[in-house]
Design a protein around this ligand. Sequence first.
Ligand code: FES
Length: 64
Amino acid sequence: MLVCSCFAVSDRTLRSVIASGAYDADEIGARCDAGTGCGGCLEEIDELLDEAMPRRRRPVARSA
Ligand code: FES
């Protein structure tokens, strides 16, 4: 399923990026660009991070 339409990044790619060590939206953006465009996918990225790391602290949302 496509999560970030700005950069055509799927949930599968995002899960892989998270599994390889990306721990927040900034780190995910640095690795695959997801979330660095319009920002419309940041909530979904945050949910994927929560899914992978349920005990992490929620980051402060950044503006687009
Ligand atoms: S949909 Fe991901 S940055 Fe726009």
